[in-house]
Ligand binder design. Structure first.
Ligand SMILES: Nc1ncnc2c1ncn2[C@@H]1O[C@H](COP(=O)(O)OP(=O)(O)OP(=O)(O)O)[C@@H](O)[C@H]1O
Ligand SMILES: [Mg+2]
Length: 212
């Protein structure tokens, strides 16, 4: 579990403590929780080259659910997992070019060969051609090696828009951020799970202030 590098702030996040009975929990959040539990019960063969992609607004519980799956699969199937914020991963790869103590290969090896990779907040940060190439490589390798990949993103899961489209209309899509190749690969690999509803951080804050 330690090798999975799950952030300390999610130490307590489990599928079992994702509250669905709370009055403000939406049908979408309940359904996402149900799907996450189902996925975490699948066998290694059933999750080969497969994964889940949670998409929705901030604070709806996407990372909590993905970490819940990761932890459960590590515990019950003894699979080797790894958490990475996708922004942090890509910055780390970039920084390795100027470092003598850390090579790109050292960073990439676990990303390419751990049984389960959770890439959190896909599309966050400045997306360059370099970033798109790295992502495409990671996803293709993991697919070919029959590994499991979990994704969370705030971006709407839609293809890249026509280059001539007006970028002010509708905002960016996931396809715009990660490029056509990765987008198409992800759709093949991952079941897309929308997680829409109230921001849990906001709900908790309001409940706390009501208690004071
Ligand atoms: N249904 C829930 N039950 C218990 N805790 C929850 C629930 N939903 C969210 N949380 C908690 O609320 C906080 C925010 O959730 P989380 O980080 O998973 O949201 P997110 O959808 O990933 O947000 P962002 O898009 O900003 O990354 C976390 O501490 C998480 O553990
Ligand atoms: Mg998150």
């Amino acid at each position: 579990m330690e090798a999975a590098k799950i952030p300390a702030s999610f130490e307590g996040a489990e599928l079992d403590n994702f509250g669905v009975d709370h009055f403000s929990c939406s049908e979408s959040q309940k359904a996402a929780h149900f799907m996450a539990k189902k996925f975490a019960e699948k066998s290694i063969a059933e999750t080969a080259s497969k994964g889940m992609m949670f998409t929705g607004q901030c604070g709806t519980g996407k990372t909590h659910l993905a970490i819940g799956i990761l932890k459960k699969l590590i515990r019950t199937q003894r699979r080797r997992g790894l958490f990475y914020s996708s922004y942090h991963l890509l910055e780390l790869i970039k920084s390795s070019f100027d470092r003598e103590d850390l090579s790109e290969w050292e960073i990439m090896r676990p990303v390419l060969d751990r049984d389960i990779l959770l890439l959190d907040d896909l599309g966050a940060g400045k997306i360059t051609e370099f970033v798109q190439e790295k992502l495409a490589y990671i996803l293709m390798e993991r697919y070919n090696r029959k590994l499991t990949t979990l994704i969370t993103t705030n971006y709407p899961v839609a293809p890249p828009r026509d280059a001539s489209a007006d970028n002010r209309v509708g905002g960016k899509t996931l396809g715009d951020c990660i490029g056509e190749r990765s987008y198409s690969r992800l759709l093949e690999m991952c079941v897309v799970i929308p997680v829409n509803g109230p921001d849990f951080r906001d709900t908790v804050k309001r409940a706390r202030s009501e208690m004071l």
